[in-house]
Design a protein around this ligand. Structure first.
Ligand SMILES: Cc1cc2nc3c(=O)[nH]c(=O)nc-3n(C[C@H](O)[C@H](O)[C@H](O)COP(=O)(O)O)c2cc1C
Length: 225
């Protein structure tokens, strides 16, 4: 969700439900490492937008020349238009140095925070609120603007608001940037690269059908809104 934001504020009752959904996400060691930094001040949004423009100019240069022009035409954020920006953070120290479940993979707290983002995203969709994730920043710029202490990781910078319409398919797909992959080609059995042939034939048939149906359903629900 990037270009369709309406200025209408999200009522506190709705925002509270979204944040509650996020807070009920699963987390490693029940660490609940997230915090939710609401950004409404136009001056702060403007600084975040400037940080995006800076990083986005850098990003464009990373693509081959033919893709670079297409990249520059993509709209990749709605920071100024969305009535609410939300930085979802991860406090790496929230449960002390040794956290049940995070002992062998330190990234699990960040993954937990992403689960909270996904919960919020799904709840928002159910409330008719659009969400866009903006990831094209230098983390140091966000840290500086939002005054995050060193132990706090800015995991997601989200743009939220009611929208004029929901797309029937991802913007990047519609723009011809990249298509949806066939799910049945992403499922292996027992070993990487092992397709399972006969053993997974029935599952694959279902995956093909379900993917087709999901695409149709998404288009129908977008058209109905
Ligand atoms: C971790 C993550 C980072 C993303 N970063 C950006 C971004 O920087 N700019 C952008 O326009 N979209 C970003 N997106 C949005 C995806 O491109 C979008 O969700 C995807 O194209 C699917 O579209 P749909 O959600 O409308 O189905 C991000 C999504 C995720 C999950």
């Amino acid at each position: 969700m990037r270009g369709q934001f309406l200025p209408d504020p999200i009522p506190d009752a709705v925002l509270s439900r979204l944040l509650t959904a996020a807070h009920f996400a699963p987390s490693v060691g029940f660490m609940q490492p997230w915090s939710f930094l609401l950004v409404r001040d136009p001056a702060i949004k403007r600084r975040v937008h400037d940080a995006f423009l800076h990083a986005n100019a850098e990003a464009a240069l990373l693509f081959e020349e033919d893709r670079r022009d297409q990249y520059r035409q993509l709209r990749l954020q709605g920071i100024l238009e969305a009535p609410l920006n939300l930085c979802v953070t991860c406090d790496r120290d929230r449960a002390g140095p040794v956290v049940l479940g995070r002992t062998h993979n330190k990234a699990m707290d960040v993954y937990s925070t992403v689960c909270a983002v996904q919960n919020l995203w799904l709840a928002a969709r159910a409330e008719g609120v659009g969400v866009g994730w903006v990831s094209i920043f230098r983390a140091s710029a966000l840290r500086d603007i939002l005054q995050l202490p060193p132990r706090i990781v800015p995991v997601a910078y989200l743009c939220l608001g009611y929208v004029s319409y929901f797309n029937d398919r991802p913007d990047l797909e519609a723009a011809g940037w990249r298509g949806r992959l066939p799910l049945e080609q992403l499922v292996y059995l027992d070993r990487w690269g092992e397709t399972g042939d006969e053993a997974t034939a029935g599952l694959r048939e279902n995956l093909r059908r379900d993917q087709r149906e999901a695409i149709l359903l998404k288009a129908a629900s977008a058209a109905a809104e």
